[in-house]
Design a protein around this ligand. Structure first.
Ligand code: PLP
Length: 390
């Protein structure tokens, strides 16, 4: 069966060009980049090229790029570094829709380390309460950390505007750009963020490699204390093969950005409009404008997201639900709950996240599978009677 893959916010296919770039370094070019010999230095030179390619994607300087093992490590490192740099400041600001990789770290800091964490609320469209954010900034705030784009809804936060306010108040600002990378333009110089996280496996590089950008001059303290790698900012022998792949993926992401914002956006809009038109009692979760070009989350009233996913799976379609079932709960996700999406719709929410590998035929296949799937599930649902929600 052909797989229709529309779960690109979960992970992406490693691009063929990326595999090709990595292959020699899996095989004959296995040297340690820190070694003194030419054999190791060949790998070191290739890592240098990868660093320059990553920097180029986000308009950073290569020395501002630290390679890590994933987005989660980058996020944790940024927060940990800020609280070590400002030990007397005991307040952190974030939002209540962050990724669990960072949200759970805040809960640990709150519960076990005595930090006061302000979780800024979002409205029903997933947009941040900026007034509350600005009012919450204080001399005691060690760091503000906010995602650039939400992984479930694709909703974008106004990072440039927030970075300016943080700068005025002299507060460190970190953004989790794991979902934004390769989908919207990122220019760290123009935006003025102090730290930024990104992750390889969301942009057609392998899993297990990430980046933390740290602006020149920002006080930094390593999370992994070890060897001299990454200029003493992240110990441990480099995951050279994946770093080399990530470099290539960043080069491709830059080339593909216009495609993401034209062809992929049009495909996403086509899928969204077809589903809304053909399936009654369905609605988009999140703001329609301030949104990633590849993501749509739609709530289908009176059905269960997990059942939809299972039925789509039989048709070879990969998507994702808005529930946190992977954590052992069938509650709607914390993001949809924070947006106060009504339970009957949040419970039946499905996220489709596209890439430039998707086609219009695939979108048509999804629509033709979704229409009978929702009908069948509604026929069995106690919340659906005579063509409407009860
Ligand atoms: N931040 C966001 C917004 C994400 O979507 C993810 C992964 O889904 C992460 C962080 C974590 O990245 P990684 O899987 O590389 O640890």
């Amino acid at each position: 069966m052909n797989v229709v893959y529309t779960d690109n916010n979960a992970t992406t296919k490693v691009a063929d060009e990326v595999i090709e770039e990595m292959l020699p370094y899996f095989g004959e070019l296995y040297g340690n980049p820190s070694s003194m010999h030419t054999f190791g230095d060949t790998v070191n030179k290739k890592i240098k090229q990868a660093r320059a390619r990553v920097a180029d994607l986000i308009n950073a300087d290569p020395e501002e790029i630290i390679f890590t093992s994933c987005g989660t490590e980058s996020d944790n490192t940024a927060i940990d570094s800020a609280i070590k740099a400002y030990p007397n400041k005991k307040h952190i600001i974030t939002s209540n829709v962050e990724h669990p990789g960072i949200k759970n770290f805040y809960q640990h800091l709150q519960k076990d380390k005595g930090y006061e964490v302000t979780f800024i609320r979002v409205d029903t469209k997933g947009l941040l309460d900026l007034d509350l954010l600005y009012k919450s900034m204080s001399d005691d705030t060690a760091i503000i950390s906010l995602m650039w784009a939400n992984n479930e809804t694709g909703v974008l936060f106004p990072i440039e505007e927030i970075a300016k306010k943080a700068q005025e108040k002299n507060i460190l600002f970190h953004t989790d750009a794991v979902q934004a990378t390769g989908k919207v333009e990122i220019d760290v110089k123009k935006t003025g963020v102090d730290m930024l996280s990104l992750s390889g496996h969301k942009i057609h590089a392998p899993k297990g490699v990430g980046v933390l950008y740290v602006k020149k001059g920002v006080k930094f303290s390593p999370f992994l204390i070890g060897g001299h790698q990454e200029n003493g900012r992240r110990g441990g022998t480099e995951n050279s093969v994946s770093i080399i792949g990530l470099g290539k993926a960043c080069e491709l992401a830059k080339e593909n950005l216009p495609i993401m914002n034209t062809i992929v956006r049009e495909l996403r809009d086509y899928l969204q409009n077809q589903l809304l038109e053909k399936i009654p009692s369905s609605s988009v979760n999140g703001d329609l404008e301030q949104r990633l070009p590849n993501t749509v989350s739609i709530g289908f009233d009176a059905v269960e997201g997990e059942s939809i996913l299972l039925m789509l799976d039989r048709e070879g379609i990969c998507a994702s639900s808005g529930s946190a079932c992977t954590s052992g709960s069938l509650e709607p996700s914390h993001v949809l709950m924070a947006m106060k999406i009504p339970f009957k719709s949040a419970h039946g929410s499905i996220r489709f996240s596209l890439s430039h590998y998707n086609t219009k035929q695939e979108m048509d296949h999804i629509v033709s599978a979704m229409v009978p799937t929702i009908q069948k599930l509604r026929d069995m649902s106690p919340f659906w009677k005579d063509g409407k929600v009860v």
